[in-house]
Design a protein around this ligand. Structure first.
Ligand SMILES: [Zn+2]
Length: 455
């Protein structure tokens, strides 16, 4: 008598990313109730299970769902790859990003987040850390639900300067609490305390935000030091570099995921490792914005020191593609190039950064990041029959990282539900959003950066 299961996924190779990094030839993943109930051979699974649906088959590799640890879901998407790439950061921000953001209604926030999450999902991303540029978190939550993938929800929080959504410490905290509350009924979406970071938070705010995250048993994320500006600002204000100052405030710990931490010094590397702070590295954004990752690639020191790192894609005008496999390839290349040592950082390590090690950075390694019994059924089926895959490499992970990217992703399962089939999002039809997205894009272009377009 065979057990009924919701779904059986067959991979010519199943790349489990479990502790032994086991790969199973002609493997199968059985899924029931949104969870993985077996990771075994196809022959064994066929004997044991009666599935309602099947996925995969010959010519596929099956990998865990990918993790995007830093993604702006609103603000940039509707100006995707449109902010000219010959502008200084301040000019891009003042003339394009801020006016665009100010024009965003709730409808546009939902449209923006939906488009970003569809792109991520079709490239295999099943869990996204929202970077916190959200004016309407309920609409971003609606986008997560519609696309069917998991992630974090956070409100834009800052209490320095006069940008949009600046508030007092109490106002910012109240918005944070409201976002945390919104997510409580959604098992795949987690409320995270989310600040802008940089030098746009008072000591009082960051300390209170850290306390709130700990009290609510969740996590805190913010930006620090993608460029040299944050260190200059902190040194001028506090006499200390950013991470040394935050350590002195007592806000560093394993509950914190910092985006970037590119321009840090030796002592800050030590501080991050000593406090078990996680870091989201967004290598394409640093290249696209000229932020100097090739001069200060501390992330490989953090990895070698046993630190917790994950990969992010940042925003659609800072790295642009929401493709974690592309980010993993670049990261691996940067490690090899910056050390001059080709023996360092294999494709398997890069895939781990996009999966199980990324999950560890998010404090979610018991839930996502590998194909193991009991975990959330976040599974990606990669098509290994196209030109990129002919002939198929002996180890598909090397092909996946060095020769392929998200375009090889065929089907995606998130929490046991098929959210992408044959490259198309099943929850929402992209074509139904395209006309509206194009019209909004034209309107935003006409009101932003009129004098600074690329000609
Ligand atoms: Zn960011």
């Amino acid at each position: 008598m065979r057990d009924f299961v919701d779904l059986l996924i067959h991979g010519e190779t199943v790349v489990t990313m479990n502790g032994d990094r086991e790969q199973i030839s002609n493997g199968a993943i059985a899924v029931n109730g949104g969870r993985i109930v077996a990771v075994t051979t196809l022959a064994d699974a066929t004997e044991r299970f009666e599935p309602t649906a099947t996925l995969g088959g010959p010519g596929t590799a099956v990998i865990p769902g990918l993790i995007n640890a830093h993604q702006h879901l609103t603000g940039d998407r509707l100006l995707r790859s449109t902010i000219p790439d010959n502008l200084g950061l301040n000019e891009a921000l003042m003339q394009w990003a801020l006016p665009s953001h100010a024009a965003h209604t709730g409808d546009l926030d939902e449209l923006s987040a939906t488009l970003s999450l569809i792109e991520g999902a079709t490239n295999g991303v099943t869990y996204t850390v929202e970077a916190g540029t959200v004016a309407h978190p309920a609409r971003v939550l609606a986008a997560f639900v519609a696309v069917g993938v998991g992630g974090t929800l956070g409100s834009w929080g800052w209490d320095v300067g006069d940008g949009p959504h600046t508030g007092t410490v109490n106002e910012v905290l109240e918005r944070q609490k409201a976002s945390l509350d919104l997510a409580t009924d959604h098992p795949s979406v987690d409320g995270w305390v989310t600040l802008v970071g940089h030098d746009l938070m008072t000591d009082e705010l960051v300390a209170a935000a850290s306390e709130l995250a700990l009290a609510r048993n969740t996590r805190l994320t913010f930006h620090i030091s993608p460029s040299t500006g944050d260190a200059e600002a902190y040194l001028a204000r506090t006499g200390r570099r950013p991470l040394e100052h935050l350590a002195a405030l007592g806000v560093l710990g394993s509950h914190l995921l910092i985006a970037h931490a590119v321009h840090i010094d030796d002592s800050e590397v030590r501080v991050i490792l000593d406090h078990d702070v996680a870091v989201a590295s967004c290598p394409w954004a640093y290249l696209r914005l000229g932020q100097g990752i090739t001069q200060s690639f501390r992330h490989q020191q953090l990895i070698r020191g046993g630190g917790r790192l994950a990969l992010g894609c940042d925003s659609e005008n800072a790295g642009d593609s929401i493709d974690i496999l592309l980010a993993a390839r670049l990261f691996a290349g940067l490690v090899k190039d910056s050390t001059g040592d080709p023996t360092l950082y294999t494709a398997k390590q890069a895939l781990a950064l996009a999966t199980i090690d990324g999950a560890r950075a998010l404090g979610m390694e018991h839930e996502i990041g590998s194909l193991e019994v009991g975990k959330r059924a976040d599974v990606v089926v990669v098509d290994t029959t196209g030109p990129t895959w002919t002939p198929r490499p002996h180890d598909p992970v090397i092909g996946l990282i060095w020769a392929s990217d998200g375009r090889s992703v065929r089907d995606v399962v998130a929490s046991g539900r098929i959210v992408v089939r044959d490259g198309m999002c099943t929850g929402i039809d992209l074509a139904s959003l395209a006309a509206e997205a194009q019209e909004v894009h034209s309107q935003l272009v006409s009101r932003c950066g009129a004098h600074t377009r690329n000609e």
